[in-house]
Design a protein around this ligand. Structure first.
Ligand code: G16
Length: 548
């Protein structure tokens, strides 16, 4: 079967590519101002169809969202059959298609991709798509659908969903009826799976005071409320704030996980009651961070690093109590992980830690190499993966005469497997995971926080004229280009006690990010404020840098 060029050309002509714009598949797909994305979305529809054909017609997911970015941006994340991010080998094709300069060039590029990947066009493609609450989603989803239709794709419209719900649906659709069936392929099925697991884990425990959840004024708000109707507030006392999705400009505005993490403060206008637990979702509910204030009103952040420590410690205890001595637990982090957290994980918990570049796709794959792989970015994006061997061990009957604590640990581990969304980081699933652990430990947020003290740190965005001029190595901990800048960074942190810093280009926003940490707040602030000056040093302007 050959490509119907006429159909593709006609469909493409309704989605012209903007002139003078170059698109790049970044950390989590394409992301830009929504006004520029119509042609990219159409072409993503084509790509998703090809990807499905390549994988014997399995469902591929397309999520229209720009997650933590401001409301005027939008973007798209592509989901592979097991619910993981698009395989990195296909990112180049996404970029090629998005940048084809005309309808004819698009057809030529499609032929190239089909040939390079060995796609059989006769295979029927299946794609499931969804979107977040951004006003621009309506027309951008239409563009995706036009792309899918141009390659005669069977489509499932998931509608308004969180990103992790879409990942869940993809995996369920591809595994239903098999021995690996992941669950009922519907949002209701997702709620029931999580609610059943949480009920098993939470029943009979002394309830903790209610958790307040900032929903970033995004899709997490209606979805969390739907979930509460299923699980009931008697087991999960919870209050939502920043939960409007109808006020223009409110998405992620002065609230949400990214705001709280980068500003290291509560959402604007939310007064923290001392010692109470708070959490913030991001715009598509795939990240979560927790926080609280002490008696003096000082803000304390419980970010992805703190979640990783809490979760790894809990799972280690369960694995030990269950007598599963051969099951090895490991943790995956990025360069953003606070140095104190890595020290805690390796020296106190005694677990191996792998460091990989930013982006869930990198963490997810690294976590697969452990029996139980806990991965969290400091920004709150993460989950836990149980290897197939561990899953089959857990589903086996276990010892013939187990002790009470062995039975309890095994049953808790089995429930955790269902509670945790193993396709991708999931704010709702992670919320339930943290609440479960705090319930079991009967810990206040301060007790959780006391595991270790974060090194003071600062994360700064710097606008540059060309972020592609910044090239990193060693899991983004070193900057290879522009030449000479790494030496200046080394110089800046030399002699700073506990000093560590790195610079990397963002893959979701048009900026570079500067991270610095040190033993004291003053030193961390000094380094982070100094570094933007280093990378915008006048001689560097030749490399396309400007000071902002
Ligand atoms: C996405 C990715 C995350 C990444 C974040 C920031 O999150 O899924 O893995 O940490 O972008 O990436 P960068 O520093 O390259 O801009 P989200 O929640 O925005 O989809």
């Amino acid at each position: 079967m050959s490509l119907n060029e006429q159909v593709v050309r006609a469909a493409s002509s309704a989605h012209p590519r903007p002139l003078n714009t170059t698109f790049a598949y970044g950390t989590a797909g394409f992301r830009a101002n929504a006004d520029t994305l119509d042609s990219t979305m159409f072409r993503v529809g084509l790509l998703a169809a090809l990807r499905s054909k390549k994988l014997a017609g399995q469902h591929i997911g397309v999520m229209v969202t720009a997650s933590h970015n401001p409301e005027q941006d939008n973007g798209v994340k592509l989901v592979d059959p097991h619910g993981e991010m698009l395989h990195s080998s296909w990112e180049q094709y996404a970029t090629l298609l998005a940048n084809a300069t005309s309808d004819d060039a698009l057809v030529t590029t499609l032929h190239h991709v089909i040939q390079a990947t060995g796609v059989d066009l006769a295979v029927k493609a299946n794609v499931v798509y969804g979107h977040d609450t951004r006003p621009s989603c309506r027309s951008l989803v239409r563009a995706v659908v036009d792309g899918l239709a141009a390659l005669d794709t069977d489509q499932v419209n998931a509608g308004l969903v969180t990103t992790p719900q879409l990942h869940y649906l993809v995996r369920c659709l591809n595994t239903q009826g098999s021995s690996d069936a992941y669950g009922e392929p519907s949002v209701e099925g997702y709620y029931h799976k999580l609610a059943a697991a949480y009920t098993t884990l939470a029943t009979g425990r002394h309830l903790l005071p209610a958790l307040t959840v900032d929903c970033a004024n995004g899709v997490g708000a209606p979805k969390l409320k739907e979930f509460l109707k299923v699980v009931g507030t008697d087991l999960l006392p919870l209050v939502t704030v920043r939960d409007t999705t109808t006020v223009a400009g409110s998405l992620n505005k002065d609230c949400g996980a990214d705001f709280v993490k980068t500003q290291q403060r509560a959402p604007r206008g939310v007064d923290l009651v001392p010692w109470q637990r708070y959490a913030s979702f991001d715009g598509d509910a795939d990240r979560i961070v927790f926080y609280y204030a002490d008696a003096e009103g000082t803000f304390h952040l419980l970010d992805g690093d703190k979640i990783a420590g809490l979760v790894a410690g809990f799972i280690l205890d369960l694995v030990r109590d269950a007598g599963l001595d051969d099951v090895k637990v490991g943790v995956v982090q990025t360069a953003y992980a606070n140095g104190a957290s890595t020290k805690y994980l390796t020296e106190v918990l005694g677990v191996p830690v792998t460091c990989v570049p930013t982006g869930v796709k990198h963490l997810h794959h690294a976590a697969e190499s452990y029996d139980v792989g806990v991965y969290f970015e400091a920004n709150g994006h993460g989950t836990v993966l149980f290897s197939p061997a561990t899953l089959s061990l857990l589903s086996s009957p276990g010892p013939s005469s187990p002790t009470a604590s062995q039975s309890a640990a095994l049953s808790n581990l089995r429930a955790l497997v269902d509670l945790i969304n193993q396709t991708v980081g999931d704010a709702l699933s992670d919320l339930l995971l943290v609440e479960t652990i705090l319930l079991h430990r009967q810990w206040s947020p301060a007790q959780w926080d006391s595991a270790y003290s974060d090194l003071p740190n600062r994360l700064v965005k710097v606008l540059v004229t060309d972020r592609t001029a910044f090239v990193t190595s060693d899991a983004e901990r070193r900057l290879d280009r522009p030449e000479g800048v790494q030496a200046r960074i080394d110089e800046a942190v030399r002699g700073v006690e506990g000093g560590r810093s790195f610079v990397r280009p963002s893959g979701t926003e048009d900026c570079v990010r500067v991270y610095a940490e040190a033993n004291t707040r003053q030193a961390a602030d000094g380094a982070s404020l100094f570094l933007p000056l280093v990378i915008t040093d006048p001689p560097r302007r030749a490399a396309g840098l400007t000071r902002t």
